[in-house]
Design a protein around this ligand. Structure first.
Ligand SMILES: Cc1cc2nc3c(=O)[nH]c(=O)nc-3n(C[C@H](O)[C@H](O)[C@H](O)COP(=O)(O)OP(=O)(O)OC[C@H]3O[C@@H](n4cnc5c(N)ncnc54)[C@H](O)[C@@H]3O)c2cc1C
Length: 221
């Protein structure tokens, strides 16, 4: 899986997204710029959330299954551009393998056999002249996809709360955990606390981060 922050709001005076959000909020109350973190946290706490819609971020997300992307695109306030199965051949498609299957020898055998027959059916249909948009009907939810996703910070907070949770599916949870980890440094007042809280309570959801012993080893070199 690859999740990469590729763009985020920056003001023309080179200040970051939080300064813009503070400016928007201060305008409402005709108050002077001050302690950005304190101001923004207070607004979020009281539910004055429209002001944090002024900042946005865009992510490249690759190496995920169509199962995962289907869940992502349910978030209506985000914008998406996804690799098309109508216009792009899936002849060389890769497939995502869940850990529960990878760790089970017999399940892996069943899974790999199924993927091979799906791949073969797709290729045969294409050779028979069936268009890509119809040949794709034999492809599984496991088919790898990529997309670019843009969202404002209010939607990001919502997305993280519902998708980095015990009830969320493991793959979308990891996508969102990686997004939160990359957004937090550029808007720490909004996302820092949530990241620390989730990392503290569920370190297993952040296994993609370098572990402390790896960091120590790297700094020794
Ligand atoms: C654990 C979990 C299990 C799920 N299981 C299922 C399932 O079994 N079947 C299924 O179909 N879906 C399921 N979903 C998807 C879920 O129902 C939502 O479609 C998805 O999470 C998108 O979130 P959202 O509705 O908050 O939309 P977003 O687009 O993220 O919208 C953000 C917020 O904007 C507001 N909003 C947006 N559009 C409207 C609107 N039209 N009217 C009023 N307010 C609006 C709401 O406050 C909403 O929360 C599941 C989601 C989770 C997290």
């Amino acid at each position: 899986m690859e999740v990469r922050l590729i763009a985020a709001t920056q003001c023309l005076d080179q200040t970051g997204p939080e300064e813009l959000l503070e400016r928007a909020g201060r305008l409402c109350y005709a108050s002077a710029m001050g302690d950005t973190a304190k101001f923004l946290r207070a607004r979020v706490r009281e539910g004055h959330l429209s002001l944090i819609e002024h900042a946005t971020a865009s992510f490249y997300i690759g190496g995920i299954s169509r199962t995962c992307s289907h869940q992502l695109v349910r978030h209506r306030l985000c914008s998406f551009s996804q690799r098309s199965q109508r216009y792009v051949s899936e002849g060389g498609a890769e497939f995502i393998v869940p850990l529960s299957i990878a760790q089970n020898e017999e399940a892996s055998r069943v899974y790999q056999n199924f993927l091979a027959s799906s791949r073969e059916a797709y290729t045969t249909l294409r050779e028979l002249g069936v268009p890509k948009e119809d040949s794709r009907f034999v492809l599984p939810n496991a088919t790898e996809t990529e997309l670019i996703m843009s969202l404002n910070f209010r939607e990001a907070l919502h997305l993280f709360r519902v998708r980095i949770s015990r009830g969320a599916q493991w793959e979308i949870r990891e996508v969102c955990a990686r997004m939160l980890d990359q957004l937090s440094p550029i808007a720490p007042s909004l996302f820092g606390e949530l990241l620390d809280e989730l990392k503290g309570a569920h370190p297993e959801w952040f296994r993609f981060l370098p572990q402390q012993d790896e960091v120590d080893q790297a700094s020794e070199k």
